[in-house]
Design a protein around this ligand. Structure first.
Ligand code: UD1
Length: 319
């Protein structure tokens, strides 16, 4: 049975991975500084994990956390484009130096493989769609630069030190437990929680901005597949998405239909650092390690809306 470390375990993606890995019989350790994560995300599995409160830049704590670990799933980050525009230096610490800290600790501990939450933001705004891993990255926001630089550190640690690393470029992940409460929250979490409470969502731009919105189960599946594959994945980068593109207006309309929201939507100017369109070519992950889309957009939306409906407005506000 494998022993795994999840950084950012109390976040939306980290806590979902923890559930998936526990279900596979893994022994799960996690670290989090609770900066953007939330202990409530771990409520049902709290007694089954070795949870440590530590900062991703605390090399001593990360060294300890990597001791005896087979696989690292590095999810800790400040995952927001606009936040990085407001505070490039403050976000560079956790997003880039944090990744280097985890790589260094993993190398010293002899970890078998490290999976990294990379971002489709690395592709930037080039008009060519879909995005394939061979395209030259063109990051726009500081966040995209930080995430892309992390990928290069991974490749370096594989080449120079022989640590097996894999970068999974996530495309707009959504699902239950994604924090909807901040202006920096992911757009679907924001739309759904607002519309479930009868409040008006905001579209930045004219609504034609599009994303390859990817339900969380696909990310959990991808991480588990890539961790255990015997295919040559070390030092490589893979898109994790659905291969379909939805505009913000379409997403809003689908949520409206499912929730029965009867209000309107307001439009505001585009945000600085945003990219217009994002769509993945997922054939590399499919052919190399058997990734597949286990849940599509509509199914994901329905499950996510169900979750927010069961979470009271007070509980959401307290997140
Ligand atoms: C998202 C992730 C990022 C990840 C990247 C690629 C979040 C917060 N960001 O970035 O971590 O690396 O995908 O996987 O999850 N928008 C609105 N109304 C709102 C909020 C946002 O119209 O209330 C717009 C934004 O201006 C943007 C689009 O929706 O055009 C998507 O924004 P967002 O959900 O923040 O995601 P990304 O910036 O694409």
């Amino acid at each position: 049975m494998a022993t795994v470390l999840i950084t950012g375990i109390s976040g939306f993606i980290g806590s979902s991975l923890a559930r998936g890995l526990l279900a596979e019989g893994a022994s799960v350790r996690g670290i989090d500084n609770l900066c953007t994560g939330n202990l409530e995300n771990l409520e049902d599995i709290r007694t089954r994990i070795d949870l440590r409160r530590a900062d991703i830049l605390d090399i001593g704590a990360i060294n300890d956390a990597c001791d005896g670990i087979d696989y690292v799933f590095h999810q800790a980050a400040i995952p927001s484009v606009p936040k990085s525009v407001v505070d490039p230096m403050g976000t560079n610490g956790p997003n880039l130096n944090g990744t280097l800290t985890v790589l260094e600790a993993a190398r010293k501990a002899g970890v078998r493989r490290l999976m990294y939450a990379a971002s489709s933001a690395a592709y930037g705004d080039s008009p060519e769609l879909p995005k394939t891993e061979t395209m030259l990255p063109a990051p726009i926001s500081p966040y995209a630069v930080q995430k892309l630089a992390g990928e290069h550190y991974l490749a370096s640690y594989t080449r120079v030190f022989g640590l097996e690393t894999v970068a999974l470029r996530y495309f707009n992940i959504f699902g239950p437990r994604q924090d909807p409460t901040s202006q920096y929250s992911g757009v679907l979490a924001r739309f759904i929680s607002l519309m479930c409470q009868g409040e008006t969502p905001t579209i930045f731009g004219d609504g034609s901005t599009s994303r390859d919105f990817t339900y969380i189960d696909n990310v959990v599946h991808a991480n588990m597949m890539v961790a255990k594959t015997s295919a040559p994945v070390a030092g490589k980068v893979f898109n994790i998405a659905t291969g379909k593109r939805i505009t913000l207006l379409e997403a809003y309309q689908e949520i409206k239909q499912i929730t029965g929201y009867s209000g309107t939507v307001q439009f505001k100017p585009e945000r600085e650092g945003d990219i217009r369109h994002s769509l993945a070519d997922i054939s590399l992950a499919q052919s190399v390690f058997g990734y597949r889309v286990v849940a599509g957009f509509r199914e994901g939306l329905e499950k996510t809306i169900e979750y927010y409906r069961q979470t009271s407005p007070q509980a959401i506000a307290a997140l």
